[in-house]
Design a binder for this molecule. Structure first.
Ligand SMILES: *Cc1c(COP(=O)(O)O)cnc(C)c1O
Length: 376
């Protein structure tokens, strides 16, 4: 059996080597390393794929969130609602810009922000909502869109984990995650569902004025060369990364199908077990399984993690400490939030290997090993 990894980037590369190598070679031959043709090609391909009118590439997913928040007219002290059960970048950027992160409870089934808790957290200082499409499942966007409209709030969708996912509205129409809010952001970190071979990110919006502002902020606040209108930053996606992404974007739907079929295998093995809750698949979401995350009841999670490691099966806790309990927010009142579901989940989740190259033999070995431990 081939060695099992959380994400098998090497095997994936081997399978697309000739296409990737020639795309990279083309960048080298043309020596347009910044803003080359590969970058403009990617921008239009992403726009077509997501249905978002404007795509602004940038250096990483954290920058994408930061630039998005800089482009909106937010003032220090303005409150931004976000889940605590997420990767910390989401909340970190809010605090970095001297905005106030307000941590909102998640739904234990979807792992995404809970609309009822969201509405309760709104105050006169609330200006924006940052939902996270966690683990590859769309957040409940219809409710979030309704709440934002009612209270006149911006939405920045953190789509770092769910590119390619659809949100299906009640009337049957659907939209891509990241293309429904005021702004959407994503990350092309290598292990993400659409990952490059270094760092990368992108920002999405349908709003023309906002798009020019986002572009300007990502490029030193520059409106035309050497004229700088606002304080910005330097955040670029380079052409080599774009060349890799152009190859992989064409395969994204195929990659999503591979992830979903691995998830089906896991579901079938685990769904009947009383101590295991398999990932809920919300009827409104096309889950793209960035992570395959179980909730365990009455199982020694660390024991399972070590048992699997002993069998050369990696497993991970995403995330061992929720944002509101991180040291970085200790001085700004993170500990004042009481998020029972978030804490409850944090103690019970475990993610199994999930990527595009898992085969039957590996899946069989992983599932039987997990069950061996839990049933022993
Ligand atoms: C990965 C990730 C980010 C940050 O992306 P980087 O490219 O690593 O900066 C932000 N939010 C979420 C939910 C993520 O998973």
């Amino acid at each position: 059996m081939r060695p099992i990894q959380m994400v098998d980037l090497k095997r994936q590369y081997t399978n697309i080597k000739s296409e990737v190598d020639s795309a990279i070679q083309e960048v080298l031959d043309n020596a347009a390393f910044i803003n080359g043709k590969a970058v403009t090609d990617l921008t239009s391909a992403l726009s077509a794929y997501t249905g978002s009118k404007h795509v602004i590439p940038c250096a990483n997913g954290t920058d994408a969130l930061q630039i998005a928040m800089m482009a909106l007219d937010l003032q220090p002290g303005d409150e931004v609602l976000t889940p605590s059960f997420t990767f910390v970048a989401t909340a970190e950027v809010i605090a970095l810009l001297r905005l106030t992160p307000v941590f909102v409870e998640v739904d234990p089934k979807t792992f995404c922000i809970d609309p009822a808790a969201l509405e309760k957290a709104i105050t006169p200082r609330t200006r924006a909502i940052v939902p996270v499409h966690l683990y590859g499942q769309a957040a409940p966007m219809q409710e979030i869109l309704d709440i934002a409209k009612k209270h006149n709030l911006y939405i920045i969708e953190d789509n770092a984990q769910a590119i390619g996912s659809n949100y299906i509205f009640a009337d049957g129409t659907s939209k891509k995650t990241g293309a429904m809010g005021t702004i959407g952001t994503t990350s092309f970190f290598p292990s993400k569902n659409l990952g490059c071979y270094g760092d990368g990110g992108a920002i999405f919006t349908d709003d023309d004025a906002l798009a020019s502002r986002l572009k300007m902020i990502a490029n030193h606040g520059q409106s035309r060369r050497y004229y700088h209108d606002v304080v910005g930053c330097n955040s670029r996606l380079d052409s080599v990364q774009a060349a890799v992404l152009n190859v992989k974007l064409k395969k994204l739907d195929e990659y999503i199908a591979a992830r979903r079929s691995a998830a089906d295998y896991y579901d079938n093995a685990f769904k009947a077990h009383p101590k295991i809750t398999v990932p809920y698949r919300a009827p409104y979401s096309h889950h793209v399984f960035h992570q395959y995350t179980l909730v365990l009841e009455g199982v020694d999670r660390n024991g399972l993690n070590e048992f699997l490691a002993g069998k050369n099966i990696p497993s991970m806790i995403y995330y061992p400490v929720p944002a509101h309990r991180q040291q970085m927010f200790a001085s700004s009142g993170g500990g004042n939030f009481h998020l029972e579901t978030t804490d409850w989940l944090t103690e019970r989740v475990i993610s199994l290997p999930m990527h595009t190259e898992l085969d039957q033999e590996q899946l069989e070995y992983i599932t039987s090993s997990v069950l061996e431990y839990i049933n022993k």
